[in-house]
Design a protein around this ligand. Structure first.
Ligand code: ADP
Length: 499
């Protein structure tokens, strides 16, 4: 097996099957947001030249990889699954240190990423086209799904393992070669992923990773003529700009962006179940999930009970360094996100919403080492308010009280985003009516807004998403192009009967 060593302090880009120092010669430290004294490592601050080198390596590898039978490509992913499983603890710890979510949450994320590799390993046997009857005699008509070429994957900091996995696995099994640019603040786990793919025997150049900022590496990838598709997850501002750049080049793009996900609680709901789910959905991963529950729309007869339970639940959560046992919620990922959270809490108060609990940065003792914030609950929120409309990406719940299911549906839909929604009720008719009318890509019943499974399409409506769904078969389809084949075995000139 090829030897691949990284220094524990300084990490390099992964290009053409090797660790390569950035052409810029520059590195940036990545610190644990729960403990700024804990330096996870120094990571390349790469530039356009590094992006170009990775694209060239991917281009050189494309012919061989595209020509490898898809089941064999899948088998390499299956081998990676085996190796990932043997390194779960290492991956989870790295993820916890670089992103701040708790060890349990980190483990969950790693498992999810592994499931995605497992699902797409099997997809190597399926990548189906279709065979349909032709109008013509002795003519076989069918479709083939073929890879696009070099694809760029640009990922955010909030799921530093699962999102690179859910983009890389389908791209690879479909026969593309990949350049991944992880978020500049969280490249560590993605680098471990590169190492596992290497150890699984992925040929050199098939998967490449360049660490650095969006402005320098991201733009260089998106604008390069050899990049045939871009798959992006991140903020709306960046995604919309990136979509425009890709449109100018006429290449395929998928952007998975913001959310402002509501949970509706009807008066007949199991309120314990609802409140437990809301607390998980809102404060899990410190609210830093595109599917996080950020709005609770509750029917008035039970609203006080729900409000009391959520305030009580929020106050009971133990906030701290996710590496320690017994911690329920980690820090904000960085200073900028902490400031955003605090700014929105001020905005909520100035708009007239009532702050019931939380709202402050946690200070003193070990809290001074990181970016900790209290779980926060607002009530008296109206659909026109900014804390109802805008994605905060922090541990903040906005509660809206309504009288009827119709009002709840209107409030749920009264945002620009359309990622996920949820309803808690025992009334099947109400649930189905909500499912039909909810303007989102994913609806949950008696379940928090969070979560996705490898075998189910993931993505949103409205301003949340552009392009194909991710995960599932749809996720692989994005990375293929269709070819329709007309195979005439009459041995005679065509005599068309179609006019
Ligand atoms: P988030 O802060 O939620 O991660 P961003 O949209 O800021 O969302 O970043 C998502 C990813 O997009 C990151 O990897 C980031 O470096 C990258 N990115 C930022 N700006 C650009 C850009 N102009 N072109 C390409 N990628 C970019």
């Amino acid at each position: 097996m090829r030897k691949l060593q990284q220094s524990p302090e300084r990490f390099e880009n992964y290009i053409g099957g090797q660790w390569v120092p950035p052409a810029t010669g520059e590195y940036a430290p990545n610190r644990n947001p729960a403990d700024l004294d804990d330096v996870v490592g120094h990571y390349p601050a790469s530039g356009a030249k590094d992006a170009q080198a990775a694209i060239q390596a991917a281009k050189d590898a494309f012919g061989g990889w595209a020509g490898t039978p898809a089941p064999s490509r899948g088998r390499i992913l299956a081998k990676a699954v085996e190796i990932f499983r043997s390194r779960i603890d290492e991956l989870a710890r790295a993820l916890c240190r670089e992103e701040g979510k708790t060890l349990a949450e980190s483990r969950g994320e790693v498992m999810k990423g592994i499931n995605l590799f497992e699902f797409y390993a099997g997809e190597g046997f399926r990548l189906r086209g279709k065979t349909v009857p032709s109008e013509m005699p002795k003519t076989l008509t069918f479709t083939l799904r073929q890879p696009l070429g070099v694809v760029a994957l640009i990922t955010p900091w909030n799921f530093p393992f699962a999102i690179p996995a859910w983009k890389s696995a389908p791209a690879l099994v479909a026969g593309n070669t990949v350049v991944l640019k992880p978020a500049s603040g969280t490249p560590a786990t993605a680098m471990l992923m590169a190492k596992v793919l290497h150890d699984a025997g992925l040929p050199k150049g098939v998967f490449n990773l360049v660490a650095g900022s969006g402005g320098s590496v991201g733009n260089a990838l998106v604008d390069h003529p050899d990049v045939k598709a871009v798959s992006f997850t991140g903020s709306n501002a960046t995604g919309m700009a990136l979509n425009e750049r890709c449109a100018r080049r006429g290449i395929r793009v998928t952007c998975e962006m913001g959310g402002k996900n509501p949970v509706v609680v009807l008066q007949d709901a199991d309120l314990d179940l609802a409140c437990t789910g809301i607390l998980q959905g809102a404060f899990g991963s410190t609210g830093q999930r595109c599917t996080a529950t950020s709005r609770v729309i509750v029917q008035r007869p039970v609203s006080q009970q729900v409000i009391d339970a959520l305030v009580d639940g929020a106050r009971r959560l133990k906030v701290g360094n996710g590496l320690n046992a017994g911690i329920d919620m980690g820090p904000a990922v960085d200073e900028a996100q902490l400031k955003t959270d605090l700014r929105y809490i001020e905005v909520g108060q100035s708009e007239g919403a009532k702050l019931l609990t939380g709202g402050r940065q946690l200070k003193g003792g070990d809290y001074d080492k990181g970016y900790f914030i209290e779980p926060t609950v607002f009530t008296g929120v109206e659909p026109g308010m900014r804390i109802h409309q805008e994605e905060i990406f922090g541990p903040v719940i906005a509660i809206i009280e309504v009288d009827t299911l119709d009002e709840a549906v209107d409030a749920a839909n009264a945002v620009e985003f359309g990622l996920a929604s949820s309803i808690y009720t025992r009334d099947a008719n109400a649930a189905m009516s909500f499912i039909e009318r909810s303007e989102v890509g994913m609806v949950h019943v008696n379940n928090p807004t969070v979560g996705g499974e490898a075998q189910l399409p993931f993505g949103g409506w409205k301003s949340t998403g552009i392009g194909e769904r991710e995960m599932s078969e749809e996720g692989a389809e994005f990375f293929t192009q269709l070819k329709t084949v007309f195979f005439d075995y009459t041995g005679q000139a065509r005599q068309s009967k179609i006019y």
